[in-house]
Design a protein around this ligand. Sequence first.
Ligand SMILES: Nc1nc2c(c(=O)[nH]1)N[C@H]1C(S)=C(S)[C@@H](COP(=O)(O)O)O[C@H]1N2
Ligand SMILES: [Mo]
Length: 230
Amino acid sequence: MGRRIVVGMLGVGAAGILVGDRAQSFLEKLLRPLSENDPTGLTSFVPTAGRFRIYTVVGFDPVKTDAEYRLKVDGLVDTPLELTLDDLRSRLPQTTLKKDFQCVTGWRVPDVDWKGVLLRDLLDEAGVKDGATHLRIHSFDGAYTESLTLEQARRDDVMAAHYMIDGPVTQEHGGPVRLYVAPMYGYKSLKWLDRIEVVDELTPGYWEVRGYDVDAWVGDSNGRVGDDPT
Ligand SMILES: Nc1nc2c(c(=O)[nH]1)N[C@H]1C(S)=C(S)[C@@H](COP(=O)(O)O)O[C@H]1N2
Ligand SMILES: [Mo]
């Protein structure tokens, strides 16, 4: 939806506020998709501290059923993998974390429960070939990508998460499986995880080719040096 159309509807909605609650909630419904899809945070006039905002760069809901879901791990590996949700939920080693989720635009959700398989364990299962240096990570939304160095990917707080908050990762949060890169801003935590490609060069991700830092350490990237970014 174009910005001009939304501004046009704002006029209608503002008039609606005068005639009652129903019109006002209609206005909120119109505005919500705009604010939730704006990665710049410029429309974050609605206070959302302590709450996730749902981000997507595509105009549809990427959906895969639990049964059809596969996570591919390929590229410079000895054994390419196609993992089912069962593999990820029970066959492979499980890691739990309780950590914050922090978007570069300022909102943060404290003490989120996460569970999944460390990328380190996935990489060990596949066997990384000599000469590999980076990961190129793909979403099944067909548009979003991310990058990590192998060293970053091997940290003990970087995982393919199948559980988040209080249950299986929901569709809107990037389920059935999303990335969670705890020490970095939220844009590294790619949703609707499809494929982890082991490569020997850096390919900057979706927001990184649009000006955000490749090394997205919370508090120490994107123009912030060692301070609390909120
Ligand atoms: N596929 C995909 N992954 C994505 C995004 C996106 O637009 N598409 N947005 C990123 C950004 S900027 C943030 S802050 C988080 C938001 O996660 P949430 O939608 O679960 O709150 O997802 C990240 N992963
Ligand atoms: Mo973000």
